[in-house]
Design a protein around this ligand. Sequence first.
Ligand code: THU
Length: 296
Amino acid sequence: MKLEWNLDFPVNSGLLSLMQTAADQTLLTEGIPFPCCASVRICDDKAIRLLNREFRGMDSATDVLSFPSVAWPEGVTAGKQPSRLKQEYDEMMDACFLGDIVISLDHVKAQAAEYGHSEARESAYLLVHSLCHLMGYDHVKEADQKMMRVQEEAVLSAIGISRDDSPAVSDETMLMLAREAMKRSYSPYSRYPVGAALHAKDGRIFTGCNIENASLGATICAERTAMVKAVSEGAREFDVIAIATGDTPGWPCGICRQFMSEFSPDIRVLVTWGEGAHVEESTLQKILPHQFELKG
Ligand code: THU
């Protein structure tokens, strides 16, 4: 990701390089396969206050301001509609322009002291938050806020940092992500959509849906889609999988149970159906006793 720096004063290079890493990971986690760019201005409270007054009618300093180049429709983020982002191609930068970010270093310092972590870590957090805004995330409605927090946490944990006070991801959030994933199901043959959300012990979350095939046999279940995505991104250990289905409970099939036991024989399994009206919980150990093992 190309960041066009606009520094009002000299800024520590360690801080800038962590921000660059965070920006690269934000694109990766969102799944944007082409180069993007954004401008990042680092200023003080006085300058951000002027901008906050001019553009948002708020006469106060703040930590970060985001000005997206795309007016994303509600519920759509860049990863879901990369074609919209492609329209922002900037020839000079040879990348798609996401928008402008302004960060106040005065706020970075104060918040880093408050959370007891480094200024680099706080700036990386603010940059990820702002880039998520540029990609269509927002935190006006509670459900959207949860999605945005999950996305931010996924990025931060992938680069080995996290806000010290960050809450563990709740079962409720995992169930919501599974229901969201179910909407992406490709199931024209069975008309039985399934969604899954898998929580890796390193904090990342991977979602999946069932993807059917005209041959029927080549169909991939939602649980395995999520796990294949996770393992191929380097995650190996998992603690929870949430599975969402339509009107009837969708406990994992035998192949998925065996598949999951390869990596996490003790994973918790949550199932939800009826648009969230029903939730049940078990463990893989309980639903797959005596899994197959190749003994040497
Ligand atoms: N399916 C899953 O996604 N997970 C399971 O554990 C069982 C079945 C999908 C596969 C197929 O697309 C549809 O449900 C009906 O079998």
